[in-house]
Design a binder for this molecule. Sequence first.
Ligand code: CP3
Length: 335
Amino acid sequence: MSALLSALGGHRSKRLPVWFMRQAGRSLPEYRIARADTTILEACLQPDLAAEITLQPVRRHGVDAAIFFSDIMTPLVLAGVDVEIVSGIGPVVENPIRTAADVDRITGSRIEDLSAITEAVRLVVAELGDETPLIGFAGAPFTLAAYLVEGRGSRDHLAARSMMHAEPEAWHRLLDWAARLSGQFLTAQVDAGARAVQLFDSWAGSLTRADYTGFVADHSATALSSVAGRVPRIHFGTGTRHLLTDMAGCGVEAMGIDYRIPLDEAAAVLPGLPLQGNIDPALLAAGWGPLEAHARDVVERGKAAPSHVVNLGHGVPPTTDPAVLTDLVALIHEL
Ligand code: CP3
């Protein structure tokens, strides 16, 4: 069995598996060439291109998994929502969702056709073979709603966090709709051959624990349940030290840990759960000495968990020297 799948199953094998969130993309010159003047969301819907970009970091770095090249916004685009990704800003939603009437409007949208996704996944899986699994992913309902309600990225998500209290019924309908969309996106990837999935709740850390359990967790569980029993499920967020047990309770086989929480501390609150993470992305640009020392420390602390998938504690920064990532993969494989 591949090193990734055995680690996600709770077993330690000889090889410590490693992959990186955002391993495909702007840190790679071959990505910038391949995408040229296609927008990112267009690239996500061109199967040949999405497949090629997915495979680039596997070829270059020798990572133990591919992550499907797409975006958490792709299912929204497929459902006809007016969203763009603006360079340097991130997702921008033309008409933010703030009222019950806005929610009525958006929840009428459906995904009609996922064939661009399934076709790209099939191309990737055919090329990867058995040793290197493809990880599918989706945005968690809260992180999607954070963009839909705020209209763009936000530091504290005030509008979204107000809305859940001001319009609880509309909020739950919005999150239920988002959860089903994410569930469909995950299911399509698994149907076409993805062998693990990750749910990204990147911005859940801005929530109180009470708001997470009262307004969010059930919907993340709905999204994750779409592929329950079929493939291992990883759940990831940033700034989520106070939410780890609740996020794990959404129905997962492994937890992704951000760089702020040492893995041995995470293991103490998540006994028995495989952990993924959590090399600080800042160390990628700090020189090899500090990076190597930090990576060794992460691997040491990861021994507190039943098994460990090495990753970063958030995505690869676009300015990263790709040679550093290649060297880091080699180091992890030596340890
Ligand atoms: O290699 C991979 O990880 C696979 C591809 C992937 C992308 N986005 C491609 C992408 C994945 C897994 C994502 C997930 C994603 N998208 C998240 C969750 C992960 C996280 O980082 O917390 C979020 C919050 C988004 C929304 C989003 N899309 C943002 C904030 C941005 C950055 C905008 C910018 O210009 O700074 C994007 C755009 C995006 N998605 C890029 C890539 C490679 C960069 C844009 C480009 O190449 O032009």
